[in-house]
Write a protein that binds this ligand. Structure first.
Ligand SMILES: *Cc1c(COP(=O)(O)O)cnc(C)c1O
Length: 637
């Protein structure tokens, strides 16, 4: 028996067998790198199953279990039900993707596990360097200070605390808040700013919500009027919060004007630049965001547009003295020494609320070194260009409506075929979004724009490619059409059905090939060819209009042939082929058939793609009575 297996008299959380944990660690890294490499082929999201929810609701473990076993549970019950924000077609909210090196950096930081608060050790200097780099990124002066925090929420809170505590005559740290303080921001400001003012004892009522213009920017004259009214009424305005990229639409407030107003009235100018401030790194927005350099404070995220893994954000404060004055307090158990571990840089508790802090600086530091700031600028620009592309695609698409001009990287739009009330459109678009999420193909989010339910695609994604946006648009149109189309069975007493079946198929055959006698026979005698033989004909209808057809014909061996799949010229590209194809598959299953078969021509590539999407695969060798057929496909039901 090796000593490793002896019952220890003293316990530890370290493994008995270091080689086992080493092997497991290697396996985890391999698995996660495979996972990241293969993302594009996985669903963006899938709903956690009832089993998963049950397992994640079990009570506290009393005894331990082997690490390998726990890892298997992770692979089965946790990893497949990821949120999806790492995926190339995740466009919901404003979230970053992370990177492989960022993931590994998090592992290294957890391995070192320094509490990054006080002391003379490397993590303190890494964080200092990241703050220096952040100041450089945004043109803040040498003399400015900053702190890494969990997210822009904490960054905004830290900045607003500094702004409030900077009112030295009020001695707020000693005496508590004065009930006359007021702060100003636009109606599109992130809710975390309002929460911050509540936490700070200013209250949401004295957080003056200024209306926005048509382009969702703060209404400057209204702001000035409100400040003057408040002064008149004996309030004490102390801060304006400007947005560099609002969460709903990506709008940028007129920052220079806000800065001038703050100068005029002696107010603190804070900018919430959670994601949008990073557009300062691009040629197209560097001028527009230049005023950031003059702000009193800035909140921004590393975990959004710079894709450092969660959580990582930063607050920058122009006046280091005021930053310190807002938070510093050194109890004797934290006092710095001249030498030894308790020496080193100034404790970071002097700049924020949190005491115990992770070494999140490492993943930021490694990421910035790996790619360089220029590449991050190019990637932000790439997303801005992609939003432009998506906006144009939406504007050109039949039945899609752009709801807001694109100001940066957020595209708000909806399906609107002009045939519904506003109320019905809101319901329809919500249903489209939920189905889109359930399909796992793409995940945009939603917002309400002037009372209209909008599908909102936010592109802060280094993995997105133009074809991902094409797929997003096509899938939305397909889902909408599927929702609006009703597939009905051929009614042998309805003359319109005969006419539509003939016209739609005649038109497309005539367009791509030559209509032959055999075609005419079956188009003119649909009952004889399809229905009387035990098959079926399905028609896709929108209201009274018949827009598509397909037929099923028994061909022996429990097989049905799918044929006469046609969509009227005016309704191409709406996903009708998909809707009617799905209906045909359902019908074939109901009839007890074991296999669906079809023949087509390789020149009809949209049709081939459609059949693949429906689940058909190509048959290698086949012989056909049809001259036009050079591809055969089948599907087992
Ligand atoms: C995301 C966001 C926030 C909140 O940031 P967290 O990192 O989620 O805490 C604040 N403001 C804006 C504009 C945002 O987009």
């Amino acid at each position: 028996m090796s000593t490793e297996n002896l019952q220890p008299t003293e316990e530890t959380l370290d493994p008995n067998n270091w080689n086992e944990i080493r092997a497991l660690g290697h396996q985890m890294i391999d698995d996660m790198i495979d996972y990241l490499q293969g993302l594009s082929n996985k669903p963006v999201w899938q709903q956690p199953t009832a089993e998963v929810k049950e397992i994640l609701n079990r009570s506290l473990p009393k005894e331990g279990q082997p690490a390998e076993e726990i890892y298997q549970e992770f692979l089965s019950y946790i990893l497949p039900y990821n949120k999806g924000n790492i995926h190339p077609r995740f466009f919901a909210w404003v979230q970053g993707n992370g990177t492989p090196l960022g993931m590994l950096a998090d592992m290294l930081a957890s391995g070192m596990n320094p509490n990054t608060t006080i002391g003379d050790h490397a993590a303190m200097y890494v964080e200092q360097q990241v703050i220096e780099w952040s100041k450089e990124m945004f043109g803040f002066p040498e003399s400015a200070s900053g702190l890494l925090v969990s997210g822009a929420t904490m960054a905004n809170l830290t900045a607003l605390t500094t702004a409030r505590n900077s009112l030295q005559d009020l001695q707020i740290r000693v005496k508590g808040t004065d009930n006359k303080l007021t702060v100003y921001c636009s109606a599109e400001t992130h809710i975390c700013v309002i929460k911050a003012t509540e936490v700070l004892g200013i209250g949401s009522e004295r957080t003056r919500i200024i209306p926005v213009t048509d382009t969702f920017q703060i209404n400057v004259p209204a702001l000035v009027t409100k400040i003057k009214e408040d002064i008149e009424a004996g309030f004490r305005p102390f801060c304006v919060v400007g947005n560099a990229g609002t969460v709903n639409t990506g709008a940028i407030d007129p920052l220079e004007e806000l800065y001038q107003i703050c100068q005029e009235f002696g107010l603190w100018f804070h900018i919430d630049g959670a994601f949008g401030s990073l557009a300062k790194l691009t040629p197209s927005f560097s001028e527009k965001l230049k005023t950031i350099e003059k702000a009193d404070s800035l909140a921004f995220d590393f975990h959004k547009w710079l894709h450092v893994p969660y959580e990582s954000a930063c607050v920058l404060i122009r006046d280091k003295k005021l930053h310190q004055a807002a938070f510093s307090s050194v109890p004797n158990y934290l006092s710095a020494h001249e030498r030894g571990l308790a020496a080193g840089p100034e404790p970071l508790t002097n700049y924020g609320i949190e005491l115990s802090r992770s070494f999140k600086a490492l993943k930021v530091w490694m990421s910035l070194k790996e790619h360089g700031i220029l590449k991050y600028g190019r990637l932000v620009q790439q997303n801005i260009n992609q939003a432009e592309y998506l906006g144009e695609k939406v504007s050109k698409a039949m039945n899609l409506e752009l709801l807001v001009p694109i100001s940066m990287n957020i595209v708000c739009f909806r399906f609107n075929d002009g045939a519904h009330t506003e109320e019905a459109l809101n319901q329809l678009n919500k249903e489209i979004l939920m189905r889109l999420h359930e399909s796992g193909i793409a995940a945009p989010s939603y917002t309400i724009i002037h009372g209209k339910y909008a599908i909102r695609a936010n592109i802060t994604n280094h993995r997105t490619r133009l074809e991902d946006l094409d797929l997003l648009v096509n899938t939305i149109v397909n889902i909408a059409t599927g929702l609006l189309i009703k597939v009905v069975e051929f009614d042998t007493s309805n003359l319109k059905h005969y006419q539509a079946f003939k016209d739609i198929n005649y038109d497309w055959i005539n367009k791509y090939f030559k209509v032959e006698q055999g075609d005419l026979d079956s188009l003119e005698n649909p009952v004889k060819y399809f229905i009387a033989t035990g098959g079926a004909i399905l028609l896709a209808c929108r209201g009274d209009e018949i827009l598509g057809t397909t037929a099923l014909k028994p061909i022996g061996d429990d097989s049905l042939e799918l044929c006469k799949m046609g969509v009227s010229e005016a309704a191409r590209g709406l996903g009708i082929g998909y809707a009617i194809g799905e209906a045909a598959i359902t019908k074939a299953k109901e009839s007890g058939a074991k296999r669906l078969y079809l023949e087509t021509n390789s020149s009809l590539s949209p049709a081939l793609n459609l059949y693949k999407k429906l689940g058909f695969s190509q048959v290698k060798n086949f012989t056909s009575p049809y001259v036009r057929a050079d591809v055969a496909m089948e599907m087992y039901l």
